[in-house]
Design a protein around this ligand. Structure first.
Ligand SMILES: [Fe+2]
Length: 304
């Protein structure tokens, strides 16, 4: 399968309504048309939406949407998932309309997270207006930068799912987790010009959504958001810093739905010709000290 980008992400949350102010006020995300169930949908570019926060009883990741090129690629993708034993379910028109795409199929990865493949998401050129005065986001065909999922273990089956089924390329594997020195460190995968689109991080006995990254077009927007987060006493998970891996200058803070958002700038773009598997000697060039936010609240203990 050739995934073009991380196209949309769905979350369930009792605090879904808080996103109507949190998304625009802190980051400059824009409000899109509400979902049929009242979901707050957030835009970061000319696509109809990128994030849908649905009403729900607990804070959790609901689905991850991967964009394929067209209907042919979609049909081939469904066939490949069937052949690999992932039992994809092709969504009906109601689901496609809800997602604002022309075709969608869903399935679960070996760790149990729901993924969707889709094609042809609704957009309108020139329609994006930031939710507060700011320079906007790096998106469009590069999609959402990435998300990181916590799993009890990054198993060989999970790695095969990422590379052989989804067609992602392995960007980097760290031998240990930075903050506890334990094995099961993250593996990061890329699907387009961004350095990575998904990371799986092995933390024994835990599972859930770690963080979602959004990328602004201006360092000032990131700096101003950082000021605002501190003034409002929103828990910071990682202070401002620059990652070695994707060169993103960013900070991480807790959202109303318990997971973490990384708001960054200056993420590296790499292409297929210059791409090599990477192994920085440290996670960080500077900064990114751990803050009081701690582990994302959506990363929960699981029996394993
Ligand atoms: Fe990140």
């Amino acid at each position: 399968m050739e995934v073009l980008s991380l196209g949309y992400i769905g979350i369930e949350s009792p605090a879904y309504a808080e996103w109507r102010s949190f998304g625009p006020d802190i980051f400059g995300l824009a409000i899109g048309e509400d979902g049929a169930d009242g979901a707050v949908r957030l835009r970061m570019d000319d696509r109809a939406y990128r994030f849908a926060i649905h009403p729900g009883e607990i804070d959790q990741l609901s689905y991850i949407g991967w964009e394929l090129r067209n209907s042919d690629a979609f049909e081939a993708g469904v066939k490949q998932l069937q052949d690999a034993g992932y039992d994809p379910v092709v969504g009906d028109q109601a689901l496609a309309d809800e997602r604002k795409v022309q075709g969608v199929a869903h399935f679960r990865d070996p760790a149990g997270f729901r993924h969707e493949i889709f094609y042809s998401q609704t957009f309108m050129p020139g329609s994006f207006l930031p939710g507060k005065p700011s320079h906007g986001f790096v998106g469009d065909n590069l999609g959402i930068p990435h998300l990181v999922l916590f799993v009890p273990r990054v198993t060989p089956e999970l790695k095969r799912f990422a590379t052989e089924v989804m067609g992602f390329q392995l960007l980097a594997e760290y031998p240990i987790i930075a903050w506890n020195g334990k094995p099961g460190g993250p593996s990061f995968y890329r699907c387009n010009g961004r350095s990575h689109c998904i990371g799986y991080l092995g933390l024994e006995g835990h599972r859930g959504l770690g963080h979602i990254c959004i990328e602004g077009k201006s360092l000032d927007d990131v700096g101003k958001a950082y000021d605002l987060v501190q003034r409002r006493h929103i828990p910071i998970n990682l202070t401002l810093g620059r990652h070695a891996l994707d060169t993103m200058v960013s900070f991480y803070c807790r959202t109303p739905s318990g997971f973490t958002i990384e708001f960054g700038w200056d993420g590296e773009t790499i292409n297929d010709e210059s791409f090599v598997q990477q192994r920085p000697s440290d996670y960080e060039v500077w900064g990114h000290e751990r803050g009081p936010g701690g582990l994302p609240l959506t990363v929960v203990p699981v029996e394993d």
